[in-house]
Design a protein around this ligand. Sequence first.
Ligand SMILES: N[C@@H](CCC(=O)N[C@@H](CS)C(=O)NCC(=O)O)C(=O)O
Length: 198
Amino acid sequence: MITLYHAPRSRSSRFLFLLEELEAPYEIKTVSIRRGDGSGAVDPANPHPHGKVPVISDDGTVVFESSAIALYLTDKFPQIDIGPRIGDPARGPYLSWLAYYSGVVEPAFVSKFMNVEVPRGTAGWVAVDEVVPVLVDALSKGPYLLGEAFSAADVLYGTTFSLFADSPLMPKSPAIADYAKRVVARPAYARAMAKDGA
Ligand SMILES: N[C@@H](CCC(=O)N[C@@H](CS)C(=O)NCC(=O)O)C(=O)O
């Protein structure tokens, strides 16, 4: 049984979405986290090394970091087919998009939020303005990052871009805006949001 350590309206909310997509048996353990406004505290019941969410436990096996959890879960529930398997030519792009999310996209947006110039040649990520054309190019080939096939990578990217749709941080891109709407229109997202905060 999968346990999702979850804090309402946080980065763990999208894992309700993924677990619903995967039709996985899971339980939710709500934990407190330190919030950006200074409220909240690390929950001693949370196995994450920094007291963050998301983190899952699969019968005692703990997995943390969003991209790792996404890969772990799609490997564990291959019958739903939203994570290309080893041997599938789409596996390489799938792994790349998962890692790019954590290693480039999130740091790019945080840099922009903090008004910090991304140090060229030092940082492992790039500025948001360089990320956007990469995503727009990928989305010109199909409705999802892997083309026609929806994957767990879209759970990460689509929910993020939906959340920041009206934010000044988000460069105006009809392709990305339409993509985000497409991802959160999925029935599993509605089921997840009904459980978020529950
Ligand atoms: N790199 C982590 C980020 C996790 C993260 O920062 N989660 C936030 C919630 S949105 C959190 O738990 N913050 C509490 C804290 O920083 O102590 C991932 O992608 O899983």
